[in-house]
Ligand binder design. Structure first.
Ligand code: SF4
Length: 214
């Protein structure tokens, strides 16, 4: 698809004015455990909360051993503002226990997903940003929605969207696709009503299923 590279290049220029999303920033540290825990904390909350809560938690505990030593109540209190804190605390404890038993965070996607509480999105984020192994494309709601609106895929299921994107996007861009689309989805191509009037990739977009825009 000959519009794929122009879109990616346009978004690469556009993103220079913005700070990267939290999970992408975690890639700088190359610490798969912290990326994994940040991803679990980021579920159903905003980046600003994930940032705040991850920093507060990692100041107190940033290894599976330390997390397991934390009393559950204290962990809940530390991550309270990320929302769904009771469930998240339980998941973080469970995931940390399994990782401690295994001796390290698995880098294999299937092994990661075999741990209760880790879905494909969290597993791919951990592999790409935690381990720096960009042989898959993390697909969250923004990546899924934008890929469908552009007309690059026609899928209801994010896993199918990932497969579709891997077929059309050259591999050297796989590491970046999530970052570009997540930030673009937060700022411009918003899920409920995209800012098509401000869109830098509008000329490439089929605007599939866009019923309302600004
Ligand atoms: S034209 Fe609208 S729907 Fe298409 S990518 Fe831009 S903001 Fe999203």
């Amino acid at each position: 698809m000959d519009i794929v590279i122009p879109v990616i290049k346009t978004l690469q220029k556009w993103i220079k004015d913005y700070e990267h999303p939290t999970l992408r920033r975690s890639a700088r540290e190359r610490n798969p455990y912290k990326t994994l825990i940040s991803c679990l904390l980021s579920l159903r909350t905003q980046d600003v909360n994930t940032d705040k809560v991850s920093s507060a938690l990692f100041k107190v505990a940033d290894t599976p051993e330390e997390i397991l030593k934390l009393p559950l109540r204290k962990l809940e209190k530390l991550i309270f503002s990320s929302g769904y804190y009771k469930n998240k605390a339980k998941t973080i404890k469970h995931v940390s226990k399994i990782i401690l038993e295994k001796g390290k965070v698995p880098s294999d996607l299937n092994e990661l997903m075999s741990i209760k509480g880790i879905g494909r999105k969290t597993a791919t984020i951990t592999r790409v940003f935690g381990f720096g192994k960009a042989d898959c494309i993390p697909v969250d709601v923004h990546v899924h929605v934008i890929a469908n609106r552009l007309g690059w895929v026609k899928e209801k299921n994010p896993e199918k969207t990932e497969e579709g994107l891997m077929k059309i996007i050259p591999r050297k861009y796989w590491f970046e696709v999530n970052t570009l689309f997540v930030l673009y989805g937060k700022k411009i191509c918003q899920t409920q009503s995209p800012f098509c009037s401000k869109c830098v990739i509008r000329k490439y977009c089929k605007r599939i299923d866009v019923k309302r825009s600004r």
